[in-house]
Design a protein around this ligand. Structure first.
Ligand SMILES: CC(=O)N[C@H]1[C@@H](OP(=O)(O)OP(=O)(O)OC[C@H]2O[C@@H](n3ccc(=O)[nH]c3=O)[C@H](O)[C@@H]2O)O[C@H](CO)[C@@H](O)[C@@H]1O[C@H](C)C(=O)N[C@@H](C)C(=O)N[C@H](CCC(=O)O)C(=O)O
Ligand SMILES: Nc1ncnc2c1ncn2[C@@H]1O[C@H](COP(=O)(O)OP(=O)(O)OP(=O)(O)O)[C@@H](O)[C@H]1O
Ligand SMILES: N[C@H](CCC[C@H](N)C(=O)O)C(=O)O
Ligand SMILES: [Mg+2]
Length: 498
């Protein structure tokens, strides 16, 4: 149990006002007034959209016993006012201790990189589970506590939710947590209180420049995970940085890793683990993981060279954690797939339909390259770019779609507050640069109609790739979020058209 006195002891520089009853129990801590209940401490954060200080009256009405603030606000009698210079830092200081430092009681594996995080966490989950451990997963699709599924809002939740989830994982006797660590989470320090034992770096290509401003800041954010892995204050035993040596950013990442390192690659012959004899087929990939401890021959039902990298990262982390090669092999050969990642949709149509979460230039290029490697006939691409996100990705993705695709249908992803036509116009700039004879390009803002059109155009042996939304079951429009699932939509139209 934490009292208001315990909480204040952790904020020695705070200015206190109002009624401070030090023995009062802090029943919960939240930065969202809508979550405040009797006994809550409400932390006011200045956000991108609104300012938490504006919700103090609502929080007090709902039973807050204290508010943590940066600027003076009125509070009713009986509520403590705790003024600090930075409420976000204060939150990061008190929340892990409120939850009893769960990050110290689990082995924590963090995965960062532009692409491949979700896939890598799923691969590792299967390996660790096969080795007999109880495993929790935190990431884009969902939170898993063993087999229990919890919904998520962000890939890496903010410190309050994150520490709460970790505490729940400890209560449920998990041994490991494998989590995606987004660059937003590192830049905003949502991971305060996480004591990482292993960090995996997948790759670094363009994304999120709207948030980070430039590539260097983005890279610095990613590198931060490896300073956290190396933090001597957080010692639970061996620490390892598992790094993709084929990526040009590996050097910078390795500079932050003041712990054991394990590198991997397909090209880099100096990597500790190297994939040899890679064979990419429609039904999956096979290759040999060559390392100092011997070779592991693998055949998995997921395909694409990019997935070879994801597997190498997962294998590296597993080996660093002392998992036996034969356990790794058995787990990976039984691996099924990740929802919405190169997911094959089969409703009896004579062509292939693949739903994939590629929403970055590199993701799209990888998926289209893979499609080219396995294509018997044309590639039909349906894709869009998210609104209120890095705009500079748009023309690049347009260019790539038309470079690799024979038929390109540009459509909406999640337009959010932007005008779908304006997003499409930015994509079109790239498309027009590379559009050539023999290629077909259409622009259909309504994603349902775009998918329908692609399926109408598809002929036997074509591959239809529907990219960008993968596992998502919604579409975020200006004024509402609607149910939308690329997989369901594809099946629906195949049935209608065939
Ligand atoms: C830009 C960004 O990261 N925003 C995150 C941020 O929201 P914000 O600071 O903008 O919040 P705000 O809406 O302005 O509100 C300010 C404060 O007022 C409070 N408030 C607001 C309304 C109210 O009625 N009462 C109230 O108390 C809010 O709780 C908040 O404390 O803090 C929220 C809580 O932690 C996050 O959910 C939210 O993520 C939004 C949903 C988001 O879209 N984030 C994306 C960009 C993101 O974080 N993505 C990464 C990377 C994904 C990947 O590529 O893998 C991720 O980890 O998900
Ligand atoms: N190692 C990789 N390199 C490049 N592209 C990849 C790689 N792995 C997956 N992809 C592509 O990126 C998409 C997203 O993969 P995944 O969900 O594993 O990445 P992520 O890093 O978790 O993404 P997010 O940042 O949205 O959470 C895939 O659908 C695929 O198109
Ligand atoms: N985690 C990524 C997901 C993008 C998915 C895409 N469908 C979009 O909405 O842009 C982001 O928040 O940028
Ligand atoms: Mg993810």
């Amino acid at each position: 149990m934490m009292t208001l006195g315990d909480l204040l002891a952790q904020l020695p520089d705070a200015v206190q006002a109002g009624r401070i009853e030090k023995t009062q129990e802090v029943k919960s801590i939240t930065y969202d007034s809508r979550q405040v209940t009797d006994g809550s401490v409400f932390i006011c954060l200045r956000g991108a959209k609104t300012d938490g200080h504006d919700y103090v009256p609502q929080a007090c009405q709902q039973g807050a016993i204290a508010v943590i603030i940066e600027k003076d606000v009125e509070v009713p009698a009986g509520v403590a006012k705790i003024k600090v210079s930075d409420t976000r830092t204060a939150m990061q200081g008190i929340v892990p201790s409120f939850f009893g430092f769960p990050g110290r009681k689990l082995r924590m594996i963090g995965v960062t990189g532009t692409n491949g995080k979700t896939t890598t966490t799923y691969l590792l989950r299967d390996i660790l589970t096969r080795a007999g451990y109880r495993v929790g997963v935190i990431g884009t699709i969902q939170t898993l506590i063993g087999d229990r599924v919890l919904p998520v809002k962000n890939t890496t939740p903010d410190v309050v939710e994150l520490q709460g989830i970790l505490a729940e994982m400890v209560a449920c006797h998990m041994d490991y947590v494998v989590m995606e660590v987004s660059s937003h989470a590192l830049a905003l320090n949502r991971v305060a209180g996480c004591e990482f034992d292993v960090g995996i770096f997948t790759n670094m290509t363009q994304d999120h420049l709207d948030f980070h401003g430039n590539f260097d800041n983005y890279l610095e954010a990613k590198a931060r995970l490896f300073s956290l892995v190396s933090d001597p204050a957080a010692s639970k035993g061996r620490k390892t940085a598992v790094v993709n040596l084929d990526d040009p950013a590996a050097k910078r990442i390795l500079q932050s890793a003041k712990c054991a390192t394990l590198t991997y690659g397909v090209k880099a012959a100096t990597a500790d683990l190297q994939a040899l004899q890679v064979d990419v087929r429609a039904s999956g990939v096979s290759f040999t993981v060559h390392g100092t401890a011997g070779d592991i021959e693998l055949a998995l039902p997921i395909t694409g060279l990019f997935n070879v990298y994801n597997v190498l990262g997962a294998v590296g982390a597993a080996l660093a954690e002392g998992i036996e090669p034969q356990v790794i092999k058995a787990a990976l050969e039984d691996f099924k797939s990740v929802p919405g990642r190169f997911e094959l949709i089969n409703a009896g149509q004579p062509f292939s339909i693949i739903v994939d979460y590629a929403h970055t230039p590199d993701g799209l290029e990888n998926i289209l390259k893979t499609a080219q490697q396995i294509a018997k006939r044309r590639i039909i691409v349906v894709f869009g770019c998210g609104g209120d996100r890095d705009r500079t990705k748009r023309p690049i993705m347009g260019r790539l779609a038309v470079e690799y695709g024979d038929v390109v249908i540009a459509t909406s992803d999640n337009p959010r507050t932007e005008d779908p036509a304006a997003i499409l116009a930015e994509i079109e700039v790239g498309i027009k640069e590379k559009l050539m004879e023999g290629k077909l390009y259409e622009k259909i803002a309504d994603r349902r109609q775009a998918i329908k059109r692609a399926l109408e155009l598809a002929q036997a042996d074509d591959i239809v790739i529907i990219a960008g939304k993968g596992h998502e079951t919604y579409q975020i429009l200006k004024d509402k979020t609607i149910h939308f699932d690329d997989r369901e939509t594809a099946v629906e139209f195949v049935k209608e058209l065939m």
